[in-house]
Ligand binder design. Sequence first.
Ligand code: PXP
Length: 236
Amino acid sequence: MRLGVNIDHIATIREARKTYEPDPVAATIICDLAGADGIVCHLREDRRHINDDDLKRIRETVKSHLNLEMAGSDEMVRIATKIKPEMVTLVPEKREELTTEGGLDVSTFKDHLRDIVFRLRSAGIKVSIFIDPDISQIKQCSNIEADLIEIHTGRYANAKTEHDIIEEFEKIKQAAIYAHKLGLGVSAGHGLNYHNVKDFVEIEEIEELNIGHSIISRAVLVGLDRAVREMIDLIK
Ligand code: PXP
């Protein structure tokens, strides 16, 4: 199982003060050194966290694997074909959302997405599509010749009752098996954390998990003790 670390929240903290720290490029180096299989970042239309300069510098820094999450717009395709990440993950994007709230509706937008996938693949970039665990969406991803799918695990992560958790997990498992049979690569992500991630190890068809919020949240807390001690050392 590979791990892609989403570092958007490093830039989110920086943007809270519009300053220079923390730098997502420093985070990229640390994740690489810690053994992450890849770095994931999302260049949003509103540039609320990662910006164009970050993306350029992250590209120059990542030696492992860069997965750029982006909307399927002409602007983003232009940027991706210039920056050349190893992979693009196409995601739906709404300005008012806090984070990516659902999978892409490939069935409705298949003609547009087929063209986007073609343009990206022609530039030598692998294309993944972020979708809900839904068999008809998976079929469409195969039809439009995506390389991979990323299964949206958010509904599972947010499920509250035992019944809903089991039901959502089963959907993800069946989706992974089906996509794998069609020859698609399979990854998964959204809302995964140090508690629920263990369940995914048993789904052999899932090759990669992409995790952001939980890792960055933990980093803030496990690093806080040292950060306070270092400041005390400076002023005492
Ligand atoms: N995969 C995709 C497509 C995402 O949009 C996100 C959030 O940016 C993630 C994975 C990571 O989700 P989380 O931050 O909840 O771990």
